[in-house]
Design a protein. Structure first.
Lengths: 314, 351
């Protein structure tokens, strides 16, 4: 499918994804900044969870020092404390490995950090996001993220060369997303997933139907209870033939934004081009009628298989 | 305004055919949007069964609306809205559907063993590498015992050094250790081993070479220690000591290394497929194997922490180890199970 002429492209992060129904959807790959922000948020959450559970378990155990003595005593209390320690080890393991799994396997396909940044994961081929993919992409996180962190915390290797080699190795993984078009982590490459922006768009009223009354509610007018009948404009076929889809969309945007200055400018341009000046002081109505009729003309041509991309094309 | 829009008169009076098209279908779009918004917010309970059942149908309706609108309408707002809505619904409809427990059932009941069988070639290679690593460790230390410390490390070796007396070594195998800390010991062993095997898998990314090096190193340690015990005639006892948990743990490490190698091979030799696709296919298969490896390591840690310390004679240890080996081999290579979701789909496609 060719690049859609119906939409204005927004940025270099736009991609086309084909769903299993064969519908090409425009999607936007998540920005690297958003992903980094999401990661930082998630790590903070994990850290808080780890600290919280450690403190909670410690308070149950009743202080680290006395716990250490009781544990070696072999009494019943000692066994209970051992159990708590096992719980702690398991919880730490789960936080490190299962946090991302748990949230990305949910219906939202995003960790809390990702959700706050408005991004989520999806399958790169347009098919179903499977549990296997989520697991694969998160297993790789270990070498991309946790290993370097542990490595740096433990002070690095002994010799300078080993340190250099190790740092280089980790940088390859950490910087991997910067060197491909879609911002894929190595985990994404392995799993066949990618991270997309979550779209959110309200359905706006069609410009060509259900217009709100233009002069506001009829509260102050007393002599004309009904709003003055709106003047309509009719345009000749030749007057409509000068513009194409691109201009139509620009006109739609201007009308939706509804700024007096830009409406004035656009009116001047169009009126000048088609040689009419009867819309003076009624520019918006003039443009709305022009929009509706231009759209009707372009759409009926479209049904016949003739599309006019912009004013330059035939 | 919505009420006005829904009336038939509004549809009739709409000037443009594309607007009539839109007004006729808008109710469906809105309904889908409501459902999808609820699901995005995680309020699954607020959705009626009726809505949930209607979701796939609505998704297809709206998707076909989008296809038609693209060919007939020039209303950019409608197109933009439909594109966003279809994408959001696509996220929901093609999101991870199986819950964790459902997935686990499919995984244990055939998915895991099928994935293991699918990487059989890598398992054979990894096994060869592990055997070679053991032999290398043995030979290195037998030529020059100094190698032992390079391989094993002083901290880990403890009393078990070349030239140690038979008594010391025998004690290290059979000494009744303090049984108090056993459970903690097991939990730590698991956490550590799981991290190592995840590493062996993840390093497969570099064409599988680091995975193999990791296997060689770990098994060379084993070979070196075996030589030390062989010097004092405790080979069989040492083998029993290893076998209790080793048949499970070494099997798990073998699978982890093979999974890493599987990915490495897909990157190096993608065949006719695009490299990203080949990598993704291999990665998903390997991830299944790896999840199982973590489970095996739980079992291994329990065996190492409890069974090895509690069963204090070589025959019993061999019995446990041999039983586990038989169990795993049967499960992986003989058990076909009822098949997991993906295999079920393939079977349906064939039927």
């Amino acid at each position: 499918m060719s690049a859609l002429p119906t939409r204005l492209r927004r940025s270099g992060r736009d991609r086309t994804l084909v769903t299993p129904e064969g519908i090409a959807l425009p999607v936007a790959v998540a920005g690297r900044g958003a992903r980094f922000g999401a990661l930082v948020l998630d790590l903070l959450i994990i850290l808080v969870l780890m600290l919280g559970s450690t403190i909670a378990l410690l308070s149950i155990a009743g202080g680290a020092v006395s716990a250490g003595q009781a544990m070696r005593s072999g009494s019943a209390a000692g066994h209970a404390l051992q159990f708590l320690l096992i719980v702690w080890i398991v919880i730490m393991f789960l936080f490190r490995n299962a946090y991302f799994l748990f949230f990305e396997l949910g219906p939202r396909g995003a960790t809390p950090g990702k959700r706050l940044m408005g991004i989520r994961i999806a399958a790169r081929d347009g098919g179903r996001l499977t549990a296997d993919m989520v697991i694969a992409r998160n297993l790789l996180r270990d070498i991309e993220l946790f290993l370097p962190i542990v490595f740096l915390m433990s002070g690095g290797a002994d010799s300078g060369w080993a340190w250099l080699a190790a740092t280089g190795w980790f940088l390859i993984f950490m910087l991997f997303p910067l060197f491909n078009r879609d911002g894929l982590r190595t985990g994404d490459v392995i799993a066949g997933s990618w991270v997309l922006e979550r779209p959110r768009q309200k359905l706006e009223a069609a410009m060509s139907v259900a217009r709100p009354p233009r002069n506001g509610p009829m509260a102050r007018g007393d002599e004309d209870m009904l709003p003055a009948p709106r003047r309509t404009y009719q345009f000749e076929d030749t007057e409509l033939a000068v513009y194409g889809e691109f201009e139509l969309q620009t006109l739609e945007r201007v009308l939706r934004e509804d700024r007096a200055a830009s409406i004035e400018t656009v009116y001047q341009t169009i009126a000048g081009k088609i040689g009419r000046n009867d819309g003076w002081n009624d520019e918006k109505a003039f443009l709305e009628d022009y929009y509706t009729q231009l759209r009707a003309r372009l759409e009926s041509a479209m049904r016949m298989g003739r599309r006019k991309a912009d004013k330059f094309s035939e | 305004m919505n009420a006005a829009v829904a009336t038939p008169s509004a549809i009739e009076t709409a000037a443009l055919r594309s607007d009539r098209f839109r007004l006729e279908r808008e109710a469906d779009w809105k309904r889908l949007e409501t459902i999808v918004t609820r699901m995005e917010k995680g309020r699954l309970r607020g959705i009626s069964d009726e809505d949930l059942l209607a979701l796939p149908g609505l998704y297809r309706t709206v998707a076909s609306s989008l296809s038609i609108a693209r060919e007939t309408s020039l209303d950019a707002a409608t197109l933009g809205y439909l594109e966003a809505l279809v994408q959001r619904a696509w996220f929901v409809v093609y999101g991870p559907r199986s819950s964790l427990s459902e997935w686990l059932r499919g995984f244990l009941g055939g998915g895991w063993s099928a994935a293991v069988r699918a990487i059989w070639l890598d398992i054979v290679i990894a096994l060869a590498v592990m055997v070679a690593g053991t032999i290398v460790g043995w030979l290195l230390v037998s030529h020059d015992p100094e190698w032992y410390f390079a391989l094993v490390g002083k901290g880990m070796a403890g009393d078990r050094v070349p030239g140690a007396s038979a008594k010391v070594l025998h004690d290290s195998l059979f000494a009744p250790e303090q049984k108090d800390g056993l459970s903690i010991f097991a939990a730590q062993l698991f956490s550590n081993n799981a991290q190592v095997s995840i590493l062996a898998f993840a390093l497969g990314f570099a064409f599988g070479v680091p995975s193999l090096l990791l296997l060689v190193h770990n098994l060379a340690v084993l070979g070196a220690m075996a030589w030390v015990y062989h010097q004092v005639g405790l080979t069989v006892d040492f083998a029993g000591w290893i076998a209790v948990h080793g048949t499970t743990e070494l099997f798990a490490i073998l699978l982890a290394g093979a999974a890493g190698l599987h990915i490495g091979r897909a990157i190096a030799f993608p065949g006719n497929r695009p490299i990203l696709q080949a990598t993704a296919e291999a990665g998903r298969r390997a991830a299944l194997v790896m999840t199982g490896v973590v489970l095996m390591l739980v079992v291994a840690a329990l065996l190492e922490g409890f069974a090895r310390q509690l069963v204090n004679e070589t025959f019993g240890r061999f019995a446990i180890g041999g039983f586990m080996l038989l169990l795993w081999s049967t499960y992986f290579f003989a058990f076909r199970g009822h098949t997991g979701p993906r295999w079920a789909k393939r079977r349906d496609a064939r039927a």
